[in-house]
Write a protein that binds this ligand. Sequence first.
Ligand code: SF4
Ligand code: SF4
Length: 166
Amino acid sequence: MSFHPLCTIFAIFTKILRLFIDMFYDNGLRFQCQMCRYCCSSEPGYVYLSDKEIEEEADYLGLSREEFIRKYCRYVDCGEYSLISLQETSDYDCIFLTEKGCGIYKVRPYQCRQYPFWKSIMSSKEAWENEKNYCPGIGKGPIIPKREIEKRMKDGDPPLMVFRKK
Ligand code: SF4
Ligand code: SF4
């Protein structure tokens, strides 16, 4: 597993830029999950996993890494490499979604913990506002301070995706 040096340079550049540019979330943003389950179901998508997450989730379920991948994951072809994602059902529910919510909540992937504070959504006020069409928790509840928002964005950064070369 490795990261392209340009990714690191871009991450540093973005970090420095944020020190000088006003971000639309400087005063925090309101968000409180309404438990609608939309982000765990409803439409096709991917929940990408890192090595660490695979280990943690397999361990939590008492499985070996190989068993976990075989039972719950799929490879997503990205050209020169493949990423590993959780499987989904024919109804596009995440394979771990249950009547009571996430079946692996304690060890749920970073991608799930971070939502809706994904970099793509936090890239502009428009993207954040647009995400309200999918997530009814946006704009509700207490204000999440900028510091916490950036911590959540950083938790999965760099995205330690697993891949195998073809
Ligand atoms: S879409 Fe938003 S409100 Fe609904 S479960 Fe996901 S985070 Fe919570
Ligand atoms: S792992 Fe849990 S939180 Fe993440 S998409 Fe699946 S059910 Fe939802």
